[in-house]
Design a protein around this ligand. Structure first.
Ligand SMILES: [Zn+2]
Length: 257
């Protein structure tokens, strides 16, 4: 399985997941059709499936057009069927999606939207997290609350350390700048920020990341860090010493960063 980034819209990534044995590909989150088909053509593969993580337009905006252009199965949360265009295969937590020789398991991770799902390939140690877990960040809470986001991120964080995480946006530099304000003494954050800036200066993606790297740098997985807790409580004295309150305040601080 090979995974290629397809930059679309302003800062979104679609991901082309290539099965090299049968020369087919799946696209994770199809916002725009032309760049995806162009990437598939360049690889010499046929797109046969779409894996939608959530209903936002910048993730599913190309589903209808792609389904008209070529025969595809469109996977997405069965409970969001009315909001995922061209859906053919509704899935729920624990369901498996077979793509050529690979198998993805569906993980339910609501909060950014109420129906958000991730696609986890355990054998390949890969997970597609849409707008829930970003590099050094998490999605905004449009249809859920901080407790829900905390447990959704917990489900992802339970995957093995070397799992590669592919998310839906290039937000890394800004996210790490925010993380550095809460943990100025965290060397892993400073190093990753310098690396991310150089990637972007050269036009390279900063995605994927790994869960090990996220545990070391992502403020939304680091609510137990004493330095982060002290920084958050300084800015939100009402947070007290409660894990969920620390997490919720971290999210609020990021909203206005
Ligand atoms: Zn979204």
């Amino acid at each position: 399985m090979r995974i290629l980034p397809v930059p679309v819209l302003q800062d979104n990534y679609s991901w082309l997941v290539v099965d090299e044995a049968d020369r087919t590909a799946a696209v994770v989150d199809c916002a725009e059709v032309a760049p995806v088909l162009e990437a598939a053509r360049a690889e010499g593969v046929r797109v046969t499936a779409v894996l939608s993580t959530h209903h936002h337009f910048d993730h599913v905006g190309g589903n209808e057009e792609l389904a008209l252009a070529t025969p595809v199965r469109v996977y997405g949360n069965a409970d969001d069927a009315s909001r995922i265009p061209a859906l053919t295969d509704g899935v729920r937590a624990g369901d498996r999606v077979h793509l050529g020789g690979s198998v993805a398991e569906v993980i339910f991770i609501p909060a950014h939207t109420s129906g958000h799902i991730a696609y986890h390939f355990p054998r390949e140690r890969v997970v597609f997290t849409g707008d829930t877990l970003f590099v050094a960040g998490c999605g905004r809470l449009f249809e859920g609350d901080p407790g829900q986001m905390m447990s959704s991120l917990g489900r992802l964080a339970a995957l093995p350390d070397d799992t590669r995480v592919y998310c839906g946006h290039e937000y890394t530099v800004r996210n790490l700048e925010f993380a550095a304000t809460l943990e100025p003494g965290n060397r892993a954050i400073a190093d990753k920020l310098a690396w991310a800036r150089s990637c972007r200066a050269e036009g390279r993606p900063t995605v994927p990341t790994t869960l090990a790297s996220e545990r070391a740098t992502n403020p939304f997985l680091r609510w137990s860090s004493p330095e982060l807790r002290a920084s958050v409580r300084e800015r939100c004295p009402e947070a007290g010493d409660d894990d969920l309150e620390i997490f919720a305040c971290t999210r609020r601080l990021k909203d206005s960063f």
